[in-house]
Design a protein around this ligand. Sequence first.
Ligand SMILES: C[S@@+](CC[C@H](N)C(=O)[O-])C[C@H]1O[C@@H](n2cnc3c(N)ncnc32)[C@H](O)[C@@H]1O
Length: 232
Amino acid sequence: MPAGDATLMVDRDSYVAPEPPERRARKDVPGALSGSRLFDQPAHRATADAVRAFLEPPGPVAVEIGFDHGITLLSQARAHPDWRWLGFEIRRRRVQAVQAHAPPNCLPVRGDARTFLAAVLPDACVDRLDILFPTPSLKARHLLFTPELVADAWRVLRPDGVVHIKTDVPDLARLVDQLFADARPALAPPAAPERSRRERVCARDGLPVWTRAFRRPEGQPSSMNMDDGSAR
Ligand SMILES: C[S@@+](CC[C@H](N)C(=O)[O-])C[C@H]1O[C@@H](n2cnc3c(N)ncnc32)[C@H](O)[C@@H]1O
């Protein structure tokens, strides 16, 4: 599974992201939960159908990848009942705990976000895609930030949709800037009423946080901004 306890021990300052693995086919994503062929199986097809049904009605949609304890996902869904909030998390117990508290406009789903983005979400159905403090994965096959994820993000986002990323890992910020170099800079969308667990740790310990927000490319370079406004 992409996020084992080992990743919690990673030294964030010296972490270097592995080279992304080569993807064999558009809808065959390497990663947790057997990749996107998973959705050929009846039990998992039901989850995919539930996601598609959740996305079907008109209105704004946000997706959060790696919601963990669901602090930001649930607080956003409660604060913005006019939006639908779809979350992906691979840790079963976390998902079950969050599902128990989810309001009707929130769908916490267990699964690898990469497979859902590649194989389940329709084109142009998402207004904001949040990736908050992603795991600094040591294994290439667990890496979230790859060219394929970027391509899938642009596919599922509506024309004015925004990718919103926060990380306290310098090399993940570097990788994001490299992968989104062609994207247009955007204003970060409204923050959740409650900070995520990792964001609380960063605030408590005074750790630098890199925030990025992008719209689909139109030949403009991406912006660089840090929460404290300083360059690094
Ligand atoms: C470092 S934690 C951060 C959690 C939370 N967003 C925060 O800010 O505190 C990253 C989370 O992403 C989840 N995760 C990692 N790779 C994932 C993937 N491919 N799809 C869905 N969730 C993933 C992990 O299980 C973990 O809960």
